[in-house]
Design a binder for this molecule. Structure first.
Ligand code: CTP
Ligand code: MG
Ligand code: K
Length: 180
């Protein structure tokens, strides 16, 4: 029972998990804020780029489409009912994850945190909040069918664990400057 919930939650969130990691690999180039500042601090900072955001979003949507192809076989093999992603839901999860991360950078700069500074809890959940809100806006029926309260509870516990693990690994592999 629990393993089915965890599998469904992980599957449903994969298109929101991948964009941030793809952005780390693709990052660089022009910052979204164009260097603009507010009260002497950057609007977003050099860590939020057009290229990272675009590549991250495309990677998340592409993964959702691949998962749609794999869902029947994966469900048959595991006996777990796994969600598929209508295009609007895929875009909501992937772009929403990027938007949540960008919103957090805006908050970090307003609270005096430099690029790369840790912001515990916000760092681990910003992209989840962005992904869920955007998916709900773009396809509310799919959102309520997929993210039942038990699935949401699993997502809120599972995501910080996975975030800490993947970012720690990216740091050890020298792909990322900080382990968070
Ligand atoms: N990145 C990007 N575009 C994004 C998000 C991330 O280019 N929209 C890339 C940047 O190279 C960034 C790296 O991924 O430095 C790591 O992402 P993140 O930890 O979110 O950014 P930080 O550099 O820590 O900046 P901030 O303090 O604003 O979160
Ligand atoms: Mg960071
Ligand atoms: K971040």
């Amino acid at each position: 029972m629990l393993h089915a919930l965890v599998a469904a939650a992980f599957w449903a969130m994969l298109p929101a998990y991948v964009p941030n990691n793809a952005a780390v690999l693709a990052g660089g180039g022009a910052p979204i804020d164009g260097g603009r500042t507010v009260d002497g601090r950057r609007l977003l900072g050099d860590g939020k780029t057009w290229r990272g955001t675009a590549v991250g979003t495309v990677a998340g949507v592409a993964l959702a489409l691949i998962l749609n192809l794999l869902a029947p076989a994966a469900a048959a093999a595991t006996g777990v009912s796994l969600p598929t992603f209508p295009p609007a839901a895929a875009v909501g999860l992937a772009f929403g994850a990027m938007l949540g991360d960008i919103s957090a950078s805006f908050l970090k700069r307003r609270t005096g945190r430099e690029r790369g500074a840790a912001f515990p809890v916000v760092d681990q959940l910003d992209f989840v909040a962005g992904a869920l809100v955007c998916a709900a806006i773009l396809d509310f029926g799919w959102f309520t069918d997929t993210f039942t309260l038990p699935v949401l509870a699993v997502v809120l516990v599972l995501t910080p664990v996975l975030h800490v693990a993947t970012n720690g690994l990216a740091y050890l592999l020298d792909l990322k400057d900080e382990p968070y």
